[in-house]
Design a binder for this molecule. Structure first.
Ligand SMILES: Nc1ncnc2c1ncn2[C@@H]1O[C@H](COP(=O)(O)OP(=O)(O)OP(=O)(O)O)[C@@H](O)[C@H]1O
Ligand SMILES: [Mg+2]
Length: 310
């Protein structure tokens, strides 16, 4: 089976503003793919090209096996897009919104489809209220429910949780995971590292026009040093002795609270060696902790900026 999405050398400029400078990635079927990037990185532009709303300047993109320029109609039949800004009709109820889309997409029983989706997206109690009274999270859920009508093979979600509170975000994460379980391929964009970390099978980091890293969250975390080990010793003499023993082979920094911080590559071998050294010297730390790298660290290393700065 062909991958759900294949993008090769995609370029796009707005006048002299070159936004995509050769973007490459592949999205496998039935997986969740997160395109991660800060404001203005080109995430929406990429989605617009893949959903045929915009044409690229160069390169190739195929969605569900169809070329986005030569077979735009086939692409549109394969996908659904939930935009960065919810596209529900405020004056209609949730049920009416769903039935309307069902009729537009010629589903056989739009009333039943609407009822099923209301249940699935936890909107039964609010089904017949006008959407204008909905919270942001409810609107987002309705928006995604609407995009599922007609069972598209691939669903595009542009920043599905931006502006949601933590509880609503969690619910949205569950919804997105449920979509993938149904076999739908999910392409989402996000500025949140923890979102990509939590949801995505594959993450691609878009920065200054190209994909600067891609892989599983674990693979990306391997791009930064394997983590720091912190050891605390029961007294000054043990602390000094440990410092002397470890200094020979490790990068060690000492804190004022009888704590040593050791840089390791995160491998088990490295850790075992470290502890064997301590045991042989009859040193017994009272506390031990490991700081595991986060996607934040990866982001910082690859882009030179923290997400807060962006
Ligand atoms: N239709 C357009 N005309 C001119 N410039 C555009 C257009 N669409 C996007 N841009 C520019 O392209 C760049 C990328 O925009 P895009 O909306 O793709 O970023 P994004 O990653 O989705 O950002 P955000 O996280 O804010 O949604 C920005 O500099 C933006 O100003
Ligand atoms: Mg955007």
């Amino acid at each position: 089976m062909k991958p759900a999405i294949v993008v090769r050398g995609l370029t796009k400029a707005f006048k002299e503003n070159s936004v995509l400078k050769g973007v490459d990635f592949t999205v496998d079927r039935g997986t969740i793919f997160a395109l991660l990037g800060s404001n203005g990185a080109g995430k929406t532009t990429t989605i617009n090209i893949l959903t045929t709303l915009m044409t690229a300047d160069g390169g190739e993109a195929a969605v569900n096996g169809f070329d986005v320029t030569k077979e735009a109609e086939r692409v549109r039949q394969s996908i659904s897009l939930t935009g960065q800004f919810a596209a529900v009709d405020d004056m209609l109820s949730a049920r009416e919104n769903l039935e309307l889309i069902g009729d537009l997409r010629h589903v056989t029983d739009s009333a039943k489809t609407a009822t099923d989706l209301l249940k699935e997206f936890d909107l039964v109690d609010a089904a017949d209220r006008r959407v204008v009274t909905f919270s942001g999270g409810m609107r987002r859920r309705l928006d995604i429910a609407m995009s599922l009508i007609g069972s598209p093979a691939i669903i595009f979600l542009d920043e599905p949780t931006t502006g949601l509170d933590p509880e609503a975000r969690n619910k949205m994460w569950q919804t997105i995971q449920a979509l993938a379980k149904r076999g739908t391929t999910v392409f989402l964009t996000t500025q949140y590292l923890e979102e990509a970390d939590e949801l995505a099978d594959t993450i691609a980091l878009l920065h200054q026009g190209t994909i600067v890293a891609k892989g599983t969250s674990a693979e990306l975390k391997k791009l930064v040093p394997g983590g720091l080990i912190k050891l605390t010793f029961p007294g000054e003499s043990q602390f000094k002795a440990a410092q002397a023993v470890l200094k020979k082979d490790y990068a060690v920094t000492s804190g004022d609270d009888l704590t040593l911080t050791i840089t390791t590559d995160g491998s088990v071998t490295h850790l075992v060696e470290l502890f064997v050294r301590l045991r042989d010297a009859k040193l017994e730390p009272t506390n031990f902790s490991q700081q595991i790298p986060t996607l934040d660290d990866v982001f910082f290393k690859l882009t030179g900026s923290t997400k807060e700065e962006n």
